[in-house]
Design a protein around this ligand. Structure first.
Ligand SMILES: [Zn+2]
Length: 305
């Protein structure tokens, strides 16, 4: 399994290739980096991947939740790629299962172009949500209706707390926690025993919930993990901090030995490394779990060709 978590400023986007499947998790972009135009499209062109009706096939696109910093490259994606499985919080359930549907009036930017785009791509996203590789992937979410009905979760952030999270396990394991916030994570873990089981079996890499912000650090999340911490690295897609509001800052606990064992190739004896931010560069993890942090995307492309 090869993974890259892109440097897209304060946004988030990741690409995963297992031996059999190609998976995109979130499609945030920054002013100077588009995961679609600067990585996916060049890669699929170089490899001369198959196209169906003019579009390259991706096995699964997971958009964790409809916040712009997770979806604003979707329009570009849709020009060139077709996801065989398209997975995002939706509103396609029958009236009888209304609690499974997103209440778009509670979403932060319901009229924005990326959110309209997200809603217009309807193929293959009925609940319960599926994964393209059931032996390796475990998906979890709180039903939107449950977030809506729970004052604490709704006030904390409706849009963030309906995030889809996913664990992928190969020779190593990684948890993409979406933007689930502190109170949301408590309920997320209660509602998703399959995810909880994965955590209890050990998590090597954590893409920290809600960009690693202090307001979303969850001790429940780490309590659910084997030995109470990640094994290799906590990964943060850092938001720009804005002024004195320290809720907008990355939680320092992610970079402590209390929450990561630091079993990784970035460590030397004197300088253990528990956390890395995508603002340092694109974070690439190879088949053996070896980490490379790279500002030149061409160097990452070479690793996938
Ligand atoms: Zn969000």
């Amino acid at each position: 399994m090869k993974i890259v978590i892109f440097n897209v400023g304060g946004a988030l986007s990741s690409y995963v290739e297992t031996s059999a499947k190609k998976i995109v998790i979130d499609l945030g972009k920054s002013g100077d980096f588009s995961p679609v135009n600067d990585f996916l499209l060049p890669l699929y062109k170089i490899r001369n991947e198959n196209r169906v009706s003019g579009k390259y096939q991706i096995d699964q696109l997971i958009l964790s939740h409809p916040h712009l910093d997770h979806i604003n490259d979707l329009e570009e994606f849709d020009k060139y790629f077709y996801p065989i499985l398209y997975t995002t919080p939706n509103d396609l359930s029958s009236d009888a299962n209304k609690h499974m549907n997103v209440n778009w009036s509670l979403i932060d930017d319901p009229k924005s172009d990326p959110v309209k785009k997200l809603r217009s791509l309807f193929y293959g996203r009925q609940l319960p949500l599926r994964v393209c590789e059931p032996t390796r992937m475990t998906i979890g979410y709180i039903y939107p209706g449950q977030v809506e009905d729970n004052d604490t979760l709704r006030n904390e952030s409706y849009t963030n707390n309906i995030s889809i999270g996913v664990v992928i396990r190969s020779t190593y394991s990684i948890f993409f926690a979406g933007d689930v916030q502190k109170e949301g994570m408590k309920v997320f873990l209660e509602e998703n025993p399959a995810i909880k089981k994965q955590l209890s079996e050990g998590i090597d890499f954590l893409v920290t919930p809600h960009h690693g912000l202090r307001s979303s650090f969850s001790t429940d999340l780490f309590d659910a993990m084997k030995r109470g911490k990640t094994t290799r690295l906590n990964i943060v897609s850092e938001k720009a901090t804005c002024g004195p509001d320290d809720k907008r800052q990355v939680d320092s606990r992610y970079s402590s030995s209390d929450y990561c064992e630091g079993a990784n190739n970035l460590c030397s004896q004197d300088t253990p490394v528990y956390q890395r931010k995508t603002s340092n560069g694109h974070i690439f993890i190879d088949d053996d779990g070896k980490i490379t942090i790279e500002t030149d995307i061409n160097k990452i492309l070479e690793k996938f060709v």
